[in-house]
Design a binder for this molecule. Structure first.
Ligand code: AMP
Length: 216
């Protein structure tokens, strides 16, 4: 399986990716997770990305494209991948199309996980993320809290509210999504690759709907 996951912040791209990986084996490639890990490691790339991420702005296309060109050529991608949070702009999507052509990779679909705006806001403000850069498990204080409410169930590190998940940063991220990423729906629709899924249902159902749509 080779897919791109579209959908606004909070649409559930990360959760659905993890389900697909568990059931299908395709590797999840999340640009957000990769950038947060670089920040945590204090690398040059992480330092370059940090201010953009904290403000809720997109990291410049050139930085993302360099990172992804390298990532997509790693051996684990040969069994399939889910691009979670990439591409996010038209120039990124165009560069990705060119890269796929060069690598002779065919995309199965670009999946838009559709969730109403008020639901997205609620999900993001109540989200908590494991502070361990290698884990980054996601919880929700209302619908999916950790067992003790403080530490990650998987690795025991503290869970935290991401700096870009305050109400102000979230509003800015959603506005950025509307301006920069929404045009990708038209981009992939024109290539007959767009698949729209109802994201306002439990993740297992989102997964089932996605798998059914891909088989069609
Ligand atoms: P995410 O976890 O996917 O919501 O990403 C968190 C943040 O990382 C975003 O708000 C951006 O600042 C940055 N980011 C992630 N993916 C991209 C991308 N494809 N292009 C530009 N910035 C990105």
């Amino acid at each position: 399986m080779r897919i791109v996951l579209l959908g606004a912040p909070g649409a559930g791209k990360g959760t659905v990716s993890k389900l697909i990986t568990a059931k299908n084996g395709a590797v999840q490639i999340s640009t957000g997770d990769m950038l947060r890990k670089e920040m945590k490691d204090g690398s040059a790339l992480g330092r370059k990305a940090e201010d953009y991420i904290k403000r809720g702005d997109l990291v410049p296309d050139g930085v993302i494209l360099d990172m992804m060109k390298e990532r997509l050529q790693q051996p684990d991608c040969s069994t399939g991948f889910i691009l979670d949070g990439f591409p996010r702009t038209i120039p990124q999507a165009e560069a990705l199309t060119a890269l796929f052509e060069a690598l002779e990779i065919e995309l199965d679909g670009a999946v838009d996980i559709d969730v109403p705006r008020d639901v997205l806001m609620g999900r993001l403000t109540s989200r908590r993320t494991c502070s361990n850069g290698a884990c980054q498990a996601i919880y929700n204080v209302i619908s999916n809290p950790t067992k003790d409410g403080v530490h990650c169930d998987k690795c025991g590190s503290p869970v935290v509210q991401r700096e870009d998940e305050t109400e102000e940063a979230i509003s800015h991220r959603l506005a950025t999504y509307d301006e920069k990423t929404l045009p990708l729906i038209e981009f992939y629709s024109a290539q007959k690759l767009l698949i729209k899924i109802n994201g306002n249902q439990n993740p297992e159902k989102v997964f089932d709907e996605l798998m059914r749509s891909l088989k069609k």
